[in-house]
Ligand binder design. Structure first.
Ligand code: ADP
Ligand code: MG
Length: 441
């Protein structure tokens, strides 16, 4: 196997998945140091790169290797600049290993200790604490909902981590509804349904993340319904997260939705500026990032609502400050965080949408407006049309015109295609939301 070429193929694969700007910023600087047997050693410029990639794209590089080398490859990172492992990562790694031995996979960083409480999330926080203090007895199920990036995964994982500490023998499962669906599909195909039942119906606590993705998946819903009942009867704890309240979940059966409302429903609201500032300070402290007070305020007001985005900006700044030796200040922010410096009074235009989408997918504007129907072009075009429909007041006919004179039926078709994909595919949904957030003033 030619190492250089394998890595080049991996990078191509990654660029296609994440888009050019993310690729240039985060993946291009990575080098393959060694590829031996089934182990790959990659070098990244500093620890922020590793952290950012592990948090945002935990499986992407292994997927890329699997695609390029047709084999399962173990990926390890080596950090160019800082040889010494910092304390935080040692602690979290230890916890991760300890839990993995028991077959529990929880992100060790998401604990109650690292969750900053403010008015927008204190209700959820209190409910989550109450649940972890008396499993299955206070609120069952606990149903948590809120917009993307506001801390749902963090808080439900914190429950799991706390139980793992206080009840070492507890059987805990954290699963996203996508993964649950995959397991159901695979169990059906390999006639292993009874194993699946055994696995899920014997837990002490089931944490089901992003339940909205089981919409339309009938068999998964049936299986989850029976799992739910079995656990509920045994007073085992169920915690569910969702991007919307139960009654707004379309294409989920009524009997399941009514189960979701049997316990407590708690929502997470977008954070206030003060909470955002507190979160930034805490994250900066944990990551040992020197973040001046004026920058705390600056970022908290610039980044509108999403905490993931807020954290992403901080890590981006730290990564590039570390790489270039420049201090974290407004001037660095202007260079590194171009996305958040859009003029807020400006309305969204088709031009700006097309520009962002072209940049993201690395396609040329004339191609986007052309009649070409290859997948590489048709998909970005459909997404751009969908976003234009969503964010501008333009008529379908005008949207068609702005895309090189297409008719309104083409625009409707594009929007339907994209909506269907967003319903079905979590990764796709995230990508579309990311683009929309990037374009929105
Ligand atoms: P969701 O699942 O709702 O999309 P996440 O739980 O993944 O959001 O949170 C996004 C990021 O924001 C995570 O890195 C998480 O640690 C962080 N975060 C969210 N809420 C808080 C909070 N209250 N305190 C500290 N970090 C938070
Ligand atoms: Mg989540």
């Amino acid at each position: 196997m030619d190492i250089g070429n394998t890595w080049k193929d991996c990078l191509d694969f990654i660029e296609k998945k994440v888009g050019k700007s993310t690729y240039d910023l985060w993946f291009k600087p990575i080098k393959l140091v060694e590829l031996k047997d089934n182990d790959a050693l990659l070098s990244v410029p500093n620890r922020f790169f590793r952290e950012w990639i592990e948090d945002n794209y935990p499986r992407l590089i292994s997927d890329a290797f699997e695609w390029a080398a047709k084999d399962n490859i173990n990926v390890q990172f080596k950090i160019d600049q800082e040889p010494a492992a910092d304390y935080v990562s040692v602690v979290t790694q230890t916890r991760k290993t300890r839990l993995a031995v028991k077959g529990i996979f929880l992100n060790p960083k998401y604990t109650f200790d690292t969750f900053v409480v403010g008015p927008s999330n204190q209700f959820v926080h209190a409910a989550a604490l109450a649940v972890s203090d008396s499993l299955g007895k206070t609120y069952n199920p606990l149903f948590i909902y809120g917009d993307v990036g506001l801390g749902k995964t963090h808080i439900i994982t914190a429950i799991g981590n706390k139980i793992a500490d206080t009840l070492p023998n507890a059987n805990i499962i954290y699963v996203s509804s996508e993964q649950f669906t995959n397991e159901v599909v695979s169990a059906i195909r390999h006639e292993k349904m009874s194993d699946l039942k055994e696995k899920y119906r014997t837990v002490d606590i089931l944490l089901l993340d992003d339940v909205q993705f089981i919409a339309n998946k009938t068999q998964t819903q049936v299986e989850f319904f029976h799992t739910f009942n079995a656990l509920y009867e045994k007073q085992k704890q169920i915690v569910i997260s969702s991007d919307r309240p139960p009654k707004e979940l379309s294409d989920i059966t009524d009997r399941l939705k009514s189960r979701f409302t049997m316990g407590l429903i708690a929502d997470i609201q977008p954070p206030s500026v003060e909470l955002k500032m507190a979160i930034l300070q805490k994250k900066a402290e944990t990551h040992k990032i020197i973040l001046p007070d004026d920058m705390v305020y600056f970022l908290a007001t610039k980044v509108k609502s999403n905490i993931r985005e807020l954290e992403g900006c901080l890590i981006k700044l730290a990564a590039h400050s570390n790489l270039t030796g420049r201090p974290i200040n407004v001037s660095l922010a202007k260079d590194v965080l171009k996305d958040i410096f859009t003029d807020e009074s400006k309305p969204v235009t088709t031009d700006s949408i097309q520009k962002v989408v072209c940049e993201y997918f690395g396609v040329k504007l004339p191609d986007l407006k052309s009649k070409k129907r290859t997948k590489e072009i048709a998909l970005p075009r459909q997404i751009a049309m969908y976003i234009t429909k969503k964010l501008t007041g333009l008529s379908l006919g005008d949207i068609g015109k702005a895309f090189g004179g297409k008719d309104h039926a083409t625009v409707i078709y594009a929007c339907k295609q994209i909506e269907a994909k967003m319903e079905k595919d979590e990764e796709f949904n995230k990508m579309a939301e990311y683009l929309i957030n990037k374009i929105k003033p």
